[in-house]
Design a protein around this ligand. Structure first.
Ligand SMILES: [Zn+2]
Ligand SMILES: [Zn+2]
Length: 152
């Protein structure tokens, strides 16, 4: 029996969903330049055709992996896209090197795929997914305040 038809949507989720489903112009999801800063270990930078520039750290990209397993895991743990796993307080934290891919590949003309050093590689990061999760101050502000009104 499937429960897929039943959804409980909070106001926040709904606002987020509206933001996520708003169509983006083609030039906003077409990269002009893609830089994977592998040797620096920094992350991914994209210049879009509409003139916008986005940057993501590898840590964010790993925690924001769009594959079904990671989406499910985040949902179960109540984490947002790109939000790191909570550290357990009562155990000595094990040193975890920051996430870094061993390599990155283009997937057709629409996405990137990373081969993470932890062996994970099933996430396909489409241009649209990346643009919708742009981490610049302007876009993050727009994501948290869907009406664009600043609250004090
Ligand atoms: Zn994943
Ligand atoms: Zn942005």
């Amino acid at each position: 029996m499937s429960h897929e038809g039943i959804r409980y949507v909070s106001k926040d989720d709904q606002a987020r969903e509206e933001h996520e489903t708003r169509p983006l112009p083609r030039i906003a999801i077409t990269p002009e330049k893609v830089r994977v800063l592998l040797s620096e270990g920094k992350g991914l930078e994209i210049d879009w055709q509409d003139g916008h520039r986005s940057a993501w750290s590898f840590a964010w990209l790993r925690d924001g992996c769009p594959c079904a397993t990671c989406v499910e895991e985040r949902k179960n743990e109540g984490r947002n896209i790109g939000q790191p796993k909570a550290k357990s307080g009562d155990l000595l934290p094990m040193y975890k090197p920051p996430a870094k891919p061993a390599s990155a590949n283009a997937v057709g003309r629409y996405a990137l795929q990373f081969n993470w050093q932890d062996g994970h590689s099933s996430g396909i990061y489409s241009w649209e997914y990346l643009r919708r999760n742009c981490q610049c101050a302007e876009c993050r502000f727009a994501a948290t305040e869907p009406d664009g009104v600043q609250k004090h």
